[in-house]
Write a protein that binds this ligand. Structure first.
Ligand code: CTP
Ligand code: CA
Length: 225
């Protein structure tokens, strides 16, 4: 798709996109995090702007320039991301959860830096579950006909796991990609299969994250009617 002349098929639509990865603090200097760069979410934001949408990008811990024409909100943790996404989703036509949300966070936050103790081995880190934002947005559907899109990175049984996850989350589309040593995280490129709740399967060959983003918007535009 030539973005200079892209059809404004998302004109008048409000799309909310989360991008990046949450960080769950242990103390003022340490956190549990993941390797998401945010590049796929930012590609979704840029392509949605090009297709005429009003775009709210909720970013978590990325180091990328704000996409021109998008409203950018910042979140650090899963709890903060949930807050921002739910608020923005209230009048959204589409919500895309491209962010890597930590499944767990430390059960306790130490307000002072955790120190070593002489001759003592460290104890275990207790964790608690974070809220599942995608499942919550999909169950809530703040606006009738709202479309909800999730992402999943899998290492094994990619399609079977993807299908089960699509059902479990209750979303309309799930973009599934296989992660490996050099695949997906931090790269400029991606390869995926987009699963639809209607049983559709759209394979997207290895290529720029923008190309995958445009396929997602094609599928979304067709479903928005
Ligand atoms: N997600 C979310 N909230 C969470 C965890 C995940 O909104 N607490 C969203 C992600 O943004 C992504 C989708 O759910 O769009 C799938 O994430 P994934 O980690 O693959 O799914 P999980 O249900 O956490 O399954 P797993 O045990 O395989 O990590
Ligand atoms: Ca997870």
């Amino acid at each position: 798709l030539d973005r200079g002349t892209a059809a404004p098929d998302l004109a008048g639509r409000h799309v909310v996109i989360s991008a990046g990865g949450t960080r769950e603090p242990l103390d003022p200097v340490r956190y549990l995090g993941n390797r998401s760069s945010g590049k796929q979410g930012y590609a979704l934001a840029r392509t949605a702007v090009a297709r005429g949408a009003r775009v709210t990008l909720v970013e978590a811990n990325t180091a990328l320039p704000d996409p021109a024409g998008a409203d950018v909100l910042r979140a650090g943790t899963a709890v903060q991301l949930r807050e921002a996404v739910l608020k923005a989703a209230a009048d959204a036509d589409v919500v895309v959860m491209a962010a890597a949300v930590a499944d767990f966070r430390p059960a306790a936050y130490a307000t002072g830096k955790i120190k070593k103790k002489d001759g003592q081995e460290p104890g275990p880190v207790a964790l608690v579950r974070n809220p599942d934002i995608l499942a919550e947005v999909a169950a809530e559907r703040a606006r009738p006909g709202q479309l909800v899109v999730g992402f999943a990175a899998e290492t094994d049984d990619v399609l079977a796991n993807g299908r089960a996850k699509l059902r479990r989350k209750g979303c309309d589309l799930l973009v599934v990609n296989e992660v490996g040593e050099r695949k997906t995280f931090g790269s400029e490129e991606n390869e995926a299969v987009v699963l639809g709740s209607d049983g559709s399967e759209t394979a997207v060959p290895y290529g720029p994250k923008e190309a995958l983003a445009d396929v997602v918007w094609d599928l979304v535009a067709a479903r928005l009617g």
